[in-house]
Design a protein around this ligand. Sequence first.
Ligand SMILES: [Fe+2]
Length: 276
Amino acid sequence: MAQKQPRFTDIHSHFLFSVDDGSKNKLESLNMLQQAVEQNVTYLLATPHATDLTTEAVSERFLDHYKELQNLIAEENIAIKIALASELYFNPHIYDWIKYPWATFNNNRKYLLFELPLFEMPKEVKDFIFQCKLEGITPILAHPERYSYMNNNIEVLFDWYHQGCLMQINAGSVTGQFGSRAEKLALKLLQARLAHFVASDAHETEYRNYKQLPLAKEALSGQLPADYVDALFSVNPQKALDGLIIETDEPDERLIESSWFSYQGILNKINKVFHL
Ligand SMILES: [Fe+2]
């Protein structure tokens, strides 16, 4: 009997053209979409970087280019479904998403994707998660394993999870594209069940591409239970796009202990005890 091909629903990639460091033009977007289909991705969420959503012009450009791609998919008869959201960069403008519901997944006002600065952890993440939850929105943190400061701050990820934030790992981190530090941290978070999605974060077709999805799935299949792997690559992403509740396992908090032995880990614990 032929083996069933895994299908992917991808909640993070940059195939919208001429809006960020992803696709440069319509032709590149077309190539990316075709590659996604070849990798058995059936539903793709556009998540262009959004550092400043304060002007209508920015919003309109995202929406126009998205519409153009929808037309292109129909014209070229590409077998893929797309939706629009954004990868919101954590700065004071992040609260502006409220004005633009399209910045949430598929306009559903239930899920949004956000990223942090790569080298310095902002202090106000807790407040942001709190505000999202007040609005009935579940924030999803993009690629926690890529932030170098997270190795010594894993406990904040548990805190954010308990506040209602979910975590998305990059497929390329699992396949080693971002180095061994990110690869190890990604695995650690997955083993602790502190990860809820694996997404491509594809930017082009050559390297940071959709091929990473099946490669990552294959790599994880031997190490994690099959139903958890399905949840990461298909079930949870689909639920997020549909605005449905995602059930999660209680993460294994013993992971926190590893950071007790670092200087930053001890400082974090002291801060927590004294509510600093
Ligand atoms: Fe991204």
